[in-house]
Ligand binder design. Structure first.
Ligand code: 2P0
Length: 333
């Protein structure tokens, strides 16, 4: 009962920021992201390989909170499949070392797909997205490639809070250059950060505008209006960081270099280099651009002070099953 899956990470253009249900990982607003080629995780799950669940990530055995979170997702799969077996989970990151981009989105998307396949569950991509969401919210989006929307949903059981693809990488060849300013672990992770930010008065503004920003971004994608999508992404990231900075105690993810970089984009655009920034719960800056301008954007980012390295990624595909149990009767794809 063994299967292997690979998933790419994604970066949100309209951010997921705040949960309305912690246990089910239900978001307070929908979000929209770009899946990135080559930055992700490859995960093998084998049920019955050990009595209790075991987890290895990048060659190191993991216990404690990391293992608990993985076991909780495996429990959902075991429940659906009527299994009682422990599992051996081996995961490797396809993110370059020292990039500071450890991604729970790719990790939990690959885990959900590998675990479901290993258990013989036949899940639709939508069901897989709901399952991955239980591991990490943003993982719901990494099931799909290209531009992806994750619906907020309104049901209390979370069955309508899933992601779906809006646009394939081929239909709109977008890309991202990610400027690494700090490759270390952040002091306050995004789960804790969004929880703290939700209690800030500034969060009211976020809540009042996030769904309408998403709707507008969706329209911009349908119209292939790159400039509109880019400006909405910049606004979403800025508003998200405002709520964090207004929290008690304040949570400032930006560094001086972050602010400096972000301030460069408008003048680059005026010079014909059309890139738009976004910043996740950390100091690094991602530049959204058209694929044909990726090298130019990366060159400009590399020339800025404080940029340690730049990762270049085109829009990537969704989760792939690399190996499934022979009993499933299908060839590996
Ligand atoms: C996003 N982030 O939309 C937002 C923007 C970070 C900033 O999704 O608590 O690791 O596991 O559901 O998915 C990162 O949060 O959070 C994230 P949990 P997750 O990409």
């Amino acid at each position: 009962m063994r299967a292997t899956a690979r998933a790419n990470t994604n970066i949100a253009l309209i951010k997921y920021w705040g949960k309305r249900d912690e246990r089910l990982r239900l978001p307070r607003n929908g979000s929209l992201s770009l899946t990135l080629e080559g930055l992700g995780a490859e995960t093998t799950v084998e049920f019955g390989a050990c009595e209790r669940d075991r987890l290895e990530i990048d060659g190191r055995e993991r216990t404690g909170r990391e293992l608990e979170r993985v076991s909780a997702l495996l429990d959902l799969v075991r429940e659906q499949a009527g299994l009682r077996l422990g599992a051996r989970v081996i995961s490797t990151s396809t993110v370059p070392l020292g990039a500071g981009l450890a991604s729970s989105a790719a990790g939990f998307a690959a885990l959900a797909a590998a675990a479901a396949a290993a258990a013989g569950l036949e899940l639709s991509p939508r069901e897989l997205s709901v399952l991955a969401r239980r591991g990490s919210g943003s993982a719901a989006r990494s099931i799909f490639g290209g531009l992806v929307i994750w619906h907020r949903g309104s049901r209390t059981d979370g069955s309508d809070s899933y992601a779906e693809q809006l646009c394939t990488p081929q239909a709109w060849p977008l890309a991202m250059a990610i400027a690494i300013i700090d490759a270390g672990e952040k002091a306050v992770g995004s789960s804790a950060g969004m929880e703290r930010a939700c209690r800030a008065p500034a969060y009211l503004h976020w809540e009042a505008t996030a769904e309408s920003d998403l709707l507008e971004a969706r329209r911009a994608v349908a119209a292939r209006d790159f400039g509109r999508l880019g400006l909405l992404a910049e606004a979403s990231a800025t508003k998200m960081h405002m709520t964090a900075a207004a929290a008690d105690p304040p949570l400032v993810y930006w560094r001086a270099e972050t602010a400096r970089l972000v301030s460069r984009f408008a003048s680059w655009r005026a010079e014909g280099c059309e890139a738009y920034f976004t910043v996740d719960a950390g100091p690094n800056v991602a530049a959204l651009c058209r694929a044909e301008q990726l090298e130019e954007v990366a060159r400009r980012l590399r020339a800025e002070p404080g940029v340690l390295r730049v990762l270049c990624c085109r829009a990537g595909g969704g989760v792939e099953i690399l190996e499934r149990p022979a009993a499933a009767g299908r060839p590996a794809s």
